[in-house]
Design a protein around this ligand. Structure first.
Ligand code: CO
Length: 205
């Protein structure tokens, strides 16, 4: 008996359904991908990129990690970003956080979590640097959710500050960075209005 047979069975049925609705679908995608979007999101299993924006394979280039963090030295993320911007020429980079993020919550806790504490250090710094924004939030959930929003904003800035994006903008490439947040309670996305566009195109912040 095949291990995880139900997953292979799911896959076979899915491939059949896709083929039936669009007979050329796989043949077309196997020739090339032309995604317009790079999605930088959280690894949380409840926030699957393609599904929540209801787009099929071939439309979204995806990078996910715990708490959708953009470290300027993360070779994995930078490689994805470079390929997406320079080769695929995506038009939009979407940094998408989500309320109730376990990574953000861990950054607020006193206890040690091991390696993940290093990963989350930047989020703890945001909490410390923007302490005034939390002073009136007594409820822990409200504090976590506010930090989820501020984290998205900070990671949008980190994407915009990479030499990859700076060079693309200098070369005149149309590339917008967006900051969104997803609500696990109702499945809805919200634009946090913290996006950054190329210099000279800053009418919409
Ligand atoms: Co998360």
């Amino acid at each position: 008996m095949k291990e995880l047979a139900h997953l292979f069975e799911n896959n076979r049925r899915w491939a059949e359904r896709m083929q039936a609705s669009d007979p050329d679908f796989f043949a077309r995608l196997s020739r090339q991908q032309r995604p317009e979007y790079l999605w930088i999101g959280c690894s949380d299993s409840r926030v699957p990129a393609n599904e929540i924006i209801d787009l099929p394979p071939g439309t979204v280039f995806v990078h996910r990690n715990i708490a959708n963090v953009v470290h300027p030295t993360d070779l994995n993320l930078l490689s994805v970003l470079q390929y997406a911007v320079e080769v695929l020429q995506v038009k939009h980079v979407i940094v998408c956080g989500h309320y109730g993020c376990g990574g953000v919550q861990a950054a607020l806790e006193e206890q040690n979590h091991g390696l993940i504490d290093h990963w989350l250090q930047g989020i703890r710094n945001i909490y410390r640097d923007e302490a005034d924004k939390f002073r009136n939030l007594k409820d822990e959930k409200a504090r976590i959710d506010r930090l989820c929003e501020l984290n998205v904003r900070a990671q949008v800035v980190n994407v915009a500050n990479t030499p990859i994006v700076q060079n693309a903008w200098k070369a005149g490439q149309k590339l917008a960075i967006h900051g969104w947040i997803y609500d696990l309670n109702n499945g809805l996305l919200q634009d946090l209005q913290v996006g950054i566009r190329p210099p000279g195109e800053r009418l919409q912040p």
